[in-house]
Design a protein. Structure first.
Length: 94
């Protein structure tokens, strides 16, 4: 029963952490394309661990969740700036 509890996918998942992990995977993939083929090993292991248990066991997810995301949360954006960015995005779609 303990193994089933560890491998259960967490609900809910922190959206900021998930996006940071995705960005980390993109950076690692670009490193592989650039010729750093050894990066395939941690990329594959991290993928397998994320599939098995979500962010609980993945080294990249743990790094993002414990180190990177807490530092990002302290960054604030002025509401007017965010609203302006949203308006510009919508106008660009027209």
């Amino acid at each position: 029963m303990a193994l089933a509890k560890i491998l259960k996918f967490p609900n809910p998942v922190n959206e900021v952490t998930a996006r940071c992990v995705a960005a980390g995977v993109v950076v690692m993939s670009l490193a592989v394309v650039a010729g750093w083929t050894w990066v395939v090993i941690p990329l594959a292991i991290g993928f397998a661990l994320r599939v098995a248990a979500g962010p609980r066991l993945s080294p990249l997810a743990l790094l993002m969740n414990k180190v990177i995301v807490p530092r990002l949360r302290n960054m604030t954006v002025d509401a007017a700036t965010a609203a302006l960015a949203d308006v510009n995005l919508r106008l660009g779609d027209i």
